[in-house]
Design a protein around this ligand. Structure first.
Ligand code: GCB
Length: 597
């Protein structure tokens, strides 16, 4: 799905700002039919939960309403007019005045509606958006809603981060011509010193297409004719980890008289990704991932996208020497991937399929033990929602050079009956939609080499482990043996690249100890050091991503102190002691770990 942009033939109006806001209980049953009668205004983009000092809003389960007036620019007569939501978490319904124009399920992927027939150039309309935060056994991610005796709804979910909701990403109004670029896919290869660029442009209606490729300085380096084609870039500059060189594919759609009726520019990088044996190769060179699992999470904004945090987080990644991150546990805002493209940070792009596991959450949430895959829990309908989510993720992110791998789930119950039937079609779908990128999933601690049912379906084994934290707490010597034994078992059985996609210890900033005291800054540093000793003894190991980049908010519970504290940085991005040790190690590693003797 194309990201809206302003070009010679398209105009773009950003609708961020303050919108009228109310929960469903505070307004009439069809709030789109009138001006919302509410004293509240909510910031867009931002999750609504932490904006107001009102637990009835923070903990609300169900629909909330956002509304604002929008004026269509007067020059848009004769153009198609679209409204585009970068995300509505987790379900959105959009009304233009009294008309429903879009409905979308899935909280982290964009959707849009052609509203041309409902609006007029130069005139105002009322834009009302309902957003629902309910998670059920058939949503991705899953959860469950309970209605108490007093009628109040409460919700449980099976993931370890707060269920922030609302309009956490930008909203746009844009114009485009009736005959236009509808989609583009760019796949790149390398042939000696040349880049080989396969492109496919889809248009609305049949029309001639031509393309030009511009280098980063804006100089034309190649051209092509037709909606699909292959173009060579001689003397190509590759997109590399740490050096995110981008080209522009300028697409022009031609009318019958040969005049340009639409133009759209897709940036891309020339690079290849491949798994060979136990190596993960970028541009044919073994690549070693260093970095983090992250979250979109800041104080007050919740999951609201914020360019200041975007810049600062990438500065910290650079400072600490990290070359990559995983978009744990959902697709991040497109601005994040664009930034990673430009700055050469490598991304593992994850779906929102987190918590397909009632075994793990039995302890944490009080739900279970129930089978994770069954007609009452994750079932065919869940799988269909998961498939749709994968389609939308790949449609959105396929052209990002920074994205080198899809992670289609975090910690599913891959050790349980039904896991293979659930996952095999999803892995096949992912490969069909994108044959160019490896596919992985992050393995839960209960999924072991002798009971996991799906590892053989994937290209890379991404292992989440907490030896020394949830098990062998405070006993790093025993944890070290257990970790090494397990990792060697995976390598011996599968002969695939294996990486640590999560390892970390909760750490209270400012707590110090001379002992191996869990929660102390010293313990976090020793814990990570212990893991690194093990990684450095193992061949076939392709990366380490610490859990987590920064402290983040979770639902309340006795396991968490105002959130998860496994951050190497605090929630306001101050380094804990471990950050300095990681910096020493990762700046030494760069992108390639020295091989084991
Ligand atoms: C995990 C999950 C992650 C949690 C983390 C933890 O395995 O993938 O979402 O936050 O453990 O800290 O328990």
């Amino acid at each position: 799905m194309l990201k809206p942009q302003s070009t010679a033939t398209r105009e773009l109006v950003n609708l961020d700002g303050l919108w009228r806001f109310a929960t469903e209980s505070a307004v009439t049953s069809e709030p789109w039919n009138a001006v919302l009668d509410t004293p509240l205004e909510a910031a867009v983009p931002a999750s609504y939960n932490d904006l107001f000092v009102d637990s009835a809003i923070r903990d609300h389960v169900g629909w909330v309403w956002y509304q604002r007036q929008v004026r269509v620019p007067r020059g848009w007569a004769g153009e198609r007019v679209f409204v585009r939501f970068d995300a509505a978490t987790h379900e959105g319904r959009v009304y233009v005045d009294g008309s429903l124009v879009a409905q979308h399920v899935g909280g982290y992927t964009p959707f849009e509606a052609d509203i041309t027939e409902h609006v007029q150039a130069g005139a105002e309309f009322r834009l009302t958006v309902g957003v629902n935060n309910q998670l059920t056994n058939v949503t991705i991610p899953p959860g469950s809603v309970t209605v108490r005796q007093d009628g109040k709804k409460t919700q449980t979910y099976f993931h370890d981060f707060y269920n922030y909701a609302g309009l956490a990403r930008s909203v746009w109004l844009y114009s485009a011509p009736a005959v236009r670029v509808d989609d583009v896919t760019v796949v790149t290869g390398i042939d000696g010193g040349a880049g080989v660029v396969d492109y496919t442009v889809e248009t609305t209606g049949s029309a001639d297409v031509r393309v030009r490729i511009l280098d980063a300085a804006g100089a034309e380096v190649a051209t092509g004719e037709g909606a699909t084609g292959t173009v060579r870039i001689d003397g190509v500059t590759l997109w590399q980890p740490g050096a995110g060189y981008l080209y522009d594919l300028v697409i022009e759609v031609l009318g019958e008289d040969g005049a340009v009726v639409d133009t759209y520019t897709q940036s891309f990088g020339v690079r290849t990704v491949e798994v060979r044996g136990t190596d993960f190769l970028i541009n044919g060179e073994p690549f070693y991932f260093t970095g983090f699992g992250k979250h979109e999470d800041t104080a007050v904004r919740g999951k609201g996208h914020d360019n200041a945090y975007l810049v600062h987080d990438f500065q910290l990644l650079d400072w600490i020497g990290a070359n990559s991150f995983r978009t744990s546990h959902y697709p991040y805002a497109e601005e994040v991937l664009d930034f990673a493209d430009r700055h050469g940070i490598v991304v593992i792009d994850e779906t929102a399929a987190v918590g397909l596991n009632l075994g793990v959450q039995g302890g944490l949430s009080g739900v279970g033990p129930k089978p994770s895959f069954s007609p009452e829990t994750s079932n065919d309908e869940t799988q269909a929602a998961h498939a749709q989510h994968i389609r939308e993720l790949i449609a959105r992110d396929k052209n990002h050079p920074s994205v080198v791998m899809w992670s289609i789930a975090n910690e599913p119950a891959s050790n349980e009956e039904g896991a293979r039937e659930y996952f095999e079609p999803l892995v096949n779908l992912t490969r069909e939609l994108d044959p160019t990128r490896p596919v992985t999933y992050a393995l839960v601690m209960f999924a072991l080499v002798n009971n996991d049912k799906i590892a053989d379906l994937f290209d890379v084994l991404s292992i989440n482990r907490y030896y020394g934290w949830y098990v062998f707490t405070g006993d790093l010597a025993t944890a070290e043996q257990a970790l090494e034994g397990e990792l060697r078992g995976w390598i011996a059985k599968f002969g695939k690249p294996i990486m640590m996609s999560e390892y970390g210890a909760d750490t209270m900033q400012g707590l110090h100890s001379v002992w191996d005291t869990p929660w102390s800054e010293e313990y976090q540093a020793s814990f990570l050091e212990m893991y690194h000793r093990v990684f450095d003894r193992i061949d076939g190991f392709v990366g380490e991503q610490v859990w987590n980049f920064a402290d983040f908010q979770t639902s309340p519970g006795i396991h968490r102190i105002d959130g998860n504290k496994k951050g190497v940085f605090t929630r306001d991005r101050r380094p804990k002691a471990a950050a300095h040790a990681l910096r020493t190690r990762w700046t030494r590693i760069g992108t390639r770990k020295p091989s084991v003797d």
